[in-house]
Write a protein that binds this ligand. Structure first.
Ligand SMILES: Cc1cc2nc3c(=O)[nH]c(=O)nc-3n(C[C@H](O)[C@H](O)[C@H](O)COP(=O)(O)OP(=O)(O)OC[C@H]3O[C@@H](n4cnc5c(N)ncnc54)[C@H](O)[C@@H]3O)c2cc1C
Length: 631
């Protein structure tokens, strides 16, 4: 008889589930120095890989977080320039580093419509993506989870912060929400000992069968199981039509798709449609990882199916690592938050794997939620309820869009009705050929590269209209930040080049308040808005980092007698641009002659953007968003 005893432990956040979403959230909370635990019921992660594609927006987000200080020469390549920082021989290795080092860069889609003439496929380059990363990165999900666990260990050892280990073999059994805490009961799966964990917040990153979601009766997971049936295989294929740097679609009758798995070994993920079946009445319980798996198909059966589908092309499949057949589920939870309990990732939504978005969507849920939890836990939010509600209000519509977008893409690729076949075989090739922009827009939307939040839908985005009635070209609240090239003012004649994203890498654990000064000067003597910026900074020291971006050619440190933020022991916060590029990207136009403030959230979305005449509106917005620091 196993003895069961219970103990209570306090923690700010309990993360249930150490898949990619839970692990990313853990990394975020560690950055914000929040006291958390992360548990997973499995003793180790499975060997097979579900997600492959890391999207450009996810790469941006990973790139924004750096965890490792080490001596080296930094080659920092953006779309603007190759920087070589050799001066201090110190660089920061970002969370993205191992992904870029070991992942496979997919730079094009190749679509073969005619199996009798495969030598003339349609190719769509991924060069026009709305991101610094003009490729999709293929990285096995098992590796993604390994890198995220490594990153937690690095944080623990290098920064000596309190960062817990992932507790494998610990299952959430049930939980109960009280007024000011949640009591979670977890069980050690080996010795069956149960433990009560008292946490301020519980986040369910525990996949489609989420115990957290099922813990509350009216938390539903509505949607459908599609009636098409599919097979997938991670196999070796040696054929000139499938290449490691492209996703290959053979859309002859029913789709056959190859995604590269490895740059060197000719291994690919093959996805093939088997057929359509009568719709059955399915319940949530058939859903696994967003897909419904059925009896396993054999390699011989798969080879036969492939031969039939792509004849007269012949491709031999060898050495399978994983073969399965599956059905696609499209479901979304009715809510993402209930009081102190949240869900993120597959616990909140699942959809077709075409477009490779599930994990990316989940990681971006976690990115949105983490800084809000940190503000709430540190009592830095003026209205905790509004702040936490904004997680659902911002992310639920995104989940719905991805389900619709991937569902549409799946239908267009695989539907057998007259209109869909006509579109696929007749209209799509013309679109690809004559209107590449339409294709880029579709790709950008599918990969969530154009994603932004609508001010009207979120409580913590500033709905702004200039009082003066000037045309508002300022970047909208809810939009993702823009990158561009700047110069950092140094005391040498040499000006260090830096990008906006480099700056966010050092500021984005707080909000970043940018003052765009046009050419009106960066000293308090000549520009009264510098004082205003300082005033706001002094009010919100704990939550805001100020920076100044000026347009006035070259400025030397000697020209700037007043370095307002130096007393903090930081690098100066003043940057200059040579071309009028970033000002324009943020909508601060010369012709209006007005300077502007842009407040960027830690998740890199704009919270507020106002012209200098309306700075009081910014102050009022901050008043109902963040708590002032004690002076
Ligand atoms: C074939 C396939 C291909 C895909 N390709 C892509 C792709 O290319 N790109 C992409 O972005 N997405 C892709 N996806 C989707 C992606 O795999 C999922 O969206 C992603 O795994 C979701 O991560 P998660 O952390 O939310 O959930 P999961 O990965 O399901 O992790 C949940 C974790 O919670 C744990 N858990 C569950 N219940 C409990 C409990 N009670 N107590 C403690 N722990 C618990 C589980 O053990 C598990 O480790 C694909 C999916 C499939 C199936």
């Amino acid at each position: 008889m196993v003895s069961l005893f219970k103990e209570k432990k306090n923690v700010d956040v309990l993360i249930c589930g150490a898949g990619p979403v839970g692990l990313f959230l853990a990394n975020e909370l560690a950055e914000f120095e929040i006291n958390f635990r992360i548990i997973d019921k499995v003793e180790k992660h499975p060997e097979f890989t579900k997600a492959l594609l890391v999207s450009p927006r996810t790469m941006d987000i990973l790139d924004n977080r750096q965890f490792n200080l080490h001596l080296s020469v930094l080659f920092n390549q953006t779309k603007y320039i190759l920087f070589i920082h050799v001066f201090f021989l110190v660089s920061f290795r970002g969370l993205l580093h191992p992904f870029l080092e070991y992942g496979v860069r997919v730079k094009q889609f190749c679509v073969i419509q005619n199996v009798h003439d495969p030598s003339n496929p349609i190719k769509a380059e991924l060069s026009n993506l709305n991101s610094n990363f003009s490729f999709g990165l293929i990285n096995r999900q098992t590796k993604t989870m390994e890198y995220l666990i490594d990153a937690l260990h690095e944080k623990k050892s290098l920064r000596k912060k309190h960062v817990p280990n992932v507790e494998f073999g610990m299952e959430l059994i049930k939980y109960e929400e009280k007024d000011d805490h949640v009591i979670a009961v977890v069980k050690n799966t080996k010795n069956k000992v149960e433990e009560e964990i008292i946490c301020q917040y519980l986040v369910g990153c525990d996949g489609v069968h989420s115990t957290v979601r099922k813990g509350i009766n009216d938390w539903t997971f509505e949607g459908q199981t599609l009636n098409s049936s599919w097979a997938l295989a991670d196999v070796e294929v040696d054929h000139e039509l499938v290449k490691y740097y492209q996703a290959t679609f053979i859309l002859h009758e029913a789709p056959v798709v190859f995604f590269p798995l490895d740059a060197r070994k000719n291994t690919f993920r093959l996805i093939i449609k088997i057929g359509d079946e009568e719709k059955k009445n399915e319940t949530n319980d058939h859903v696994t990882h967003g897909l419904t798996y059925e009896a396993h198909i054999t390699l011989e059966e798969l080879q036969k199916l492939l031969d039939e589908r792509i004849a007269p092309i012949k491709m031999e499949l060898k050495n399978p690592v994983w073969i399965s057949n599956f059905k696609i589920n499209e479901r979304i939870a009715n809510r993402y938050r209930t009081g102190r309990v949240f869900i993120a990732g597959d616990a909140a939504h699942c959809h077709s794997p075409f477009g490779g978005q599930g994990m990316n969507l989940g990681i971006q849920d976690a990115h949105n939620l983490a800084f809000k939890l940190a503000l709430a836990i540190r009592d830095q939010s003026a209205d905790v309820n509004k702040l936490l509600d904004s997680y659902e209000h911002e992310r639920h519509p995104v989940g719905k869009n991805v389900i619709e977008g991937t569902g549409y893409a799946t239908k267009m690729m695989s539907g057998n009705d007259f209109y869909t076949s006509f579109f696929r075989t007749r209209v799509a090739p013309i679109l690809f050929h004559f209107f590449p922009q339409t294709v880029f827009n579709f790709q950008n939307n599918l990969m969530q590269n154009n994603l932004h939040y609508l001010p009207g839908s979120s409580e913590i985005l500033h709905k702004y209209k200039p009082r003066s009635g000037v045309e508002n070209k300022l970047i909208d609240a809810g939009h993702y930040v823009q990158d561009g090239l700047l110069m950092k003012i140094t005391s040498h004649k040499f000006h260090e080049l830096i990008t906006m994203f480099d700056i966010f890498r050092s500021t984005a654990l707080k909000h970043t308040l940018i003052l765009f000064t046009l050419n009106k000067g960066v000293t308090a003597d000549c520009n009264p808005l510098i004082e205003t910026l300082l005033e706001i900074y002094n009010d919100y020291k704990n939550t805001i980092t100020p920076i100044i971006i000026s347009y006035q050619g070259i400025v030397h440190a000697a020209d700037v007698p007043f370095m307002p933020f130096q007393e903090e022991g930081r690098e100066q916060h003043i940057f200059v641009e040579r071309k009028f590029e970033l000002h324009e990207k943020y909508g601060v136009m010369n012709e209006f002659g007005q300077q502007a403030f842009v407040l960027v959230r830690p998740d890199l979305y704009v919270a507020s953007a106002v012209f200098e005449d309306d700075v009081d509106e910014l102050k009022a917005f901050l008043d109902q968003y963040l708590v002032k620091a004690d002076r």
